[in-house]
Design a binder for this molecule. Structure first.
Ligand code: ATP
Length: 236
């Protein structure tokens, strides 16, 4: 049992009534210290795959192992995995900090102040952490959601389009945060439809198109082989 492998996905298939090939025969692996980017245009199957990895949706075929263990939808999410898929359910009448605290309460574990301070710093929430979420713009909401996903310091951090809604300065910062996060031996799996974003952020890339994996490898390998640009991916 490969208990040291954060994520192993083998031959996943998922269909929806109107999208029989939402994800088809998809395999990938995430090793410790990697930032793996799922790159593909809208509808390529990125969100579908991330939902399956987080146990929010069940594949019809194939298997997903997180640290060597199969995952079952509905089962308690492994504390070693944390993620952010879809717009976060932030409570608008609470402040960013209050949202983080109330989200954490659901785990039933104590929250260390030092940990809270650290994610507030990492996500660059600043003094706005004490303002009500209803006053936040999309970028700030996105950063609170990131802080929420990082609070438990999951060994595998799963993020759907984490740079969405961020301005260039915060995008740059997010890149550094994610690479630093993985440099301690943790892993990140993220999705993006922007080639540039993935090139600058990820150590490894899996290119998806119409639910299938069409290329994969280290970012350098794919750039050298020109195999990223060979597939239709949105340019910034
Ligand atoms: P986007 O960036 O637009 O979310 P994506 O690469 O994440 O793109 P998915 O959202 O995984 O792609 O969608 C893959 C296919 O599956 C699409 O054809 C989509 O319409 C379909 N699909 C995804 N989720 C559902 C759902 N809950 N019900 C029905 N069809 C779905």
């Amino acid at each position: 049992e490969l208990t040291h492998v954060p994520l192993s996905v083998e031959g996943i298939g998922k269909s929806y009534p109107r999208s029989p090939d939402a994800v088809r025969d998809l395999s990938l692996r995430v090793d410790p210290g990697q930032v793996v980017g799922l790159l593909g245009p809208n509808g390529a199957g990125k969100t579908t795959l991330l939902r399956i990895v987080l146990g929010l949706s069940r594949p019809e075929e194939g298997c997903v192992r997180v640290f060597g263990r199969g995952i079952a939808p509905g089962a308690p999410v492994l504390s070693r995995v944390g993620g952010l898929v879809e717009s976060p359910g932030l409570l608008p009448h609470l402040t960013g900090l209050e949202n983080l605290r109330s989200h954490w309460e659901a785990t039933g574990r104590p929250l260390e102040q030092a940990r809270l301070d650290e994610v507030v710093r990492i996500a660059a929430l600043g003094e706005f952490a004490n303002h009500k979420v209803s006053t936040y713009g999309p970028g700030m909401r996105q950063r609170v959601a990131l802080a929420q996903a990082m609070l438990g310091m999951p060994d595998l951090l799963v993020l759907d389009e984490p740079m969405n809604a961020l301005d260039p300065a915060h995008t740059q910062r997010m890149r550094e945060v994610l690479r630093e996060y993985a440099s301690t031996g943790r892993s990140v799996l993220l999705s993006s439809h922007l080639l540039d974003e993935v090139e600058k952020t990820c150590t490894h890339v899996v290119v998806l198109r119409e639910g299938r994996r069409v290329a994969g490898g280290t970012t350098e390998e794919l750039i050298a082989a020109d195999s990223i640009t060979a597939f239709h991916v949105d340019q910034p």
